[in-house]
Write a protein that binds this ligand. Structure first.
Ligand SMILES: Cc1ncc(C[n+]2csc(CCOP(=O)(O)OP(=O)(O)O)c2C)c(N)n1
Ligand SMILES: [Mg+2]
Length: 546
């Protein structure tokens, strides 16, 4: 006979999990030896929000489920901000939290036992796909298997599993259960035929790619070539085509030159995107008609912009069916109708013309020059994050991660830790502001302990730069935005992490970043610099710029 904790670990191991993240308490401590017995590495973070962000970072870089093991009550509650980010970003995170023992719980009454909440699962309902509460030992294995399957079923997202502490510690049968991954539904041939008819009739179609299609690189490239269509991506889908692909616009849709391209287009093929506010300037962006969506969730596909055809399936399946239909009918590729290279040059010229943003462009250029093609970048909800998310050239899918999403400050550094644990041979670099880095500075200890090769770049402008700038624009005063900040390099060294400070984004920065990444050990790079955000980034400033 094994324990309930062994049942958790056995199902995780049987479904291919080798690494999980956690923070122990008396209620969930049994999971540590159980994971060890099952051959699973359990990586600790120093705060439950860090645990969940690390699981999210792991999920984003691998495309597999990230698992967070946390204890009852405050431990579980501490993950909610990070779980919300995973939910808004459709990231498959499974939170396994202990809960009050069945032996002392009384339905409908808060007795005041250690860590007790009135309804722990309720904390997670607004920010998960599902909450599963395990009623008895036999339910443990199935709950973990179902959680994993649900988290990965598109549209992906976090799932909460609550397990009473006595069930984790007590005897449980070894579970035999795993679930097959859900098969994507086939594309409806009638919908494909209608879509192809509309796209054939169009002279100037564009392809819009969202996070749901970010792994569909080949089919996106094929369908774009068949249509001669420029490809515009959301933040999440950056990297779906390599940065130098001739059809990739490679700049945010709200850049005036990209918006102008959309305005000239006469059809849109939207793959794996819900066309959310931050990617459409709160729906002020002109999206050409007719519109065809490929999406596993037809409601998500059409909730923001009306669609003429919705192909209800996974992006790869739907686009693949479309490429076959287009081949049957057309036989070849079309000449691109737009000069994508010229659009890119216009974007760059627009950026260069704005003196206030020169430092931001230098930052992007220097960062691109310092980073190898296989680098994985995590950008926080900070001014440097806006720059990277919009403009850093990205070579492949899942190489740039940004919490947009929920807009969750503090994501980048702990998420980078999870990604580095997942792929220790690839350089992982996080970019935070001084404000957001202080949300999870304690994870420097986890980094040092794991010896994970993360370079944490902290761009220190002595305040909440994004808000400082927003307030200056609105002629408000700076109250609440000016911060006392520590000597970040000294802080890192105190944790045993090598660190360096540079001023501005010149040669020193580029050399220091390249050197830190090449070191292959935990590093912190403290950059004293102040950036102005890109003009057009925020949905707070719809259709500005021209
Ligand atoms: C969890 C969370 N809290 C607060 C905010 C609001 N917010 C957005 S940007 C920002 C300032 C970030 O400051 P810093 O990390 O120093 O980056 P900077 O803007 O200075 O580049 C804040 C507080 C948020 N997005 N998420
Ligand atoms: Mg700052």
């Amino acid at each position: 006979m094994t324990t309930g904790a062994d049942a958790v670990a056995a199902v995780l191991a049987a479904t291919g999990t080798t690494i999980v993240f956690g923070l122990p308490g008396v209620h969930n401590q049994t999971l540590w030896p159980a994971c060890s017995r099952a051959g699973i590495r359990l990586v600790g973070a120093r705060h439950e929000q860090g645990v969940a962000f690390a699981a999210d970072g792991y999920a984003r870089v691998t495309g597999d489920v990230g698992v967070a093991l946390v204890t009852t009550g405050p431990g579980a509650a501490n993950t909610v901000g990070a779980v919300g980010e995973a939910w808004a970003s459709r990231s498959p995170v499974v939170v396994v939290a202990s809960d009050v023992a069945t032996t002392i719980r009384r339905p409908g009454i808060v007795r005041g036992s250690l860590h007790e909440a009135r309804d722990q699962a309720a904390l997670f309902r607004p920010v998960t796909k599902a909450t599963l509460e395990v009623p008895d030992v036999d339910g443990i294995g199935p709950a973990i298997a179902v959680a994993r399957t649900l988290a990965l079923a598109p549209p992906r997202g976090p799932v909460y599993v609550g397990i009473p502490t006595d069930l984790l510690a007590g005897p449980a049968p070894a579970p035999a259960l795993t679930l097959p991954p859900a098969e994507p539904t086939a594309a409806d041939p009638d919908a494909i035929a209608r879509a192809v008819e509309l796209l054939r009739a169009a002279r100037r179609p564009v392809v819009w790619v969202g996070g749901g299609a970010r792994d569909a690189s080949d089919t996106v490239a094929r369908v774009a070539a068949q249509l001669g269509a420029p490809v515009v991506t959301t933040f999440q889908a950056r990297g779906v085509l390599p940065a130098d692909h001739p059809l990739l616009v490679g700049a945010p849709p709200h850049e005036p030159a990209v918006t102008a391209l959309l305005e000239r287009a006469d059809a849109a093929l939207v793959a794996g995107s819900d066309l959310d506010g931050p990617n459409t300037q709160n729906w002020a962006l002109p999206l050409p008609e007719p519109r065809i969506a490929v999406n596993v969730d037809p409601d998500d596909a059409a909730k923001n912009y009306a669609m003429d055809v919705v192909i209800e399936t996974d992006a790869t399946v739907g686009l693949d069916a479309m490429t076959r239909a287009l081949r049957d009918e057309e036989g070849s590729t079309r000449e691109p109708w737009a000069d994508v290279a010229a659009t890119r040059r216009d974007v760059r010229a627009d950026l260069d013309a704005d003196a206030g943003t020169a430092a931001g462009i230098a930052f992007v250029d220097r960062t691109a020059a310092a980073l190898a093609e296989d680098a994985v970048v995590f950008a926080d909800m900070a001014v440097p994050g806006y720059w990277l998310a919009g403009y850093l050239p990205v070579a492949r899918p899942r190489a740039l991660h940004y919490p947009m999403g929920w807009g969750t400050l503090g994501f980048a550094f702990p998420a980078a830790l999870g990604a580095a644990v997942a792929s220790p041979t690839r350089p992982v670099v996080s970019f935070s502001g001084d404000g957001g880095f202080l949300f999870a500075t304690g994870e420097l200890a986890a980094l040092a302990q794991e010896r994970s090769p993360v370079t944490a770049v902290v761009v220190d402008d002595g305040g909440y730069g994004m808000l400082r700038w927003g307030r200056a624009e609105e002629e408000l005063d700076g109250i609440g935005t000016e911060l006392h900040t520590p000597d970040f390099a000294a802080v890192a060294r105190a944790f045993g992490v090598d660190a360096q400070t540079v001023d501005g984004f010149g040669d020193d920065y580029e050399r220091a970043l390249a050197g830190a990444v090449a070191a292959g050990t935990p590093r912190l790079l403290h950059v004293r610099a102040s950036l102005v955000p890109p003009r057009t980034t925020s949905p707070r400033w719809p259709r500005r710029g021209r």
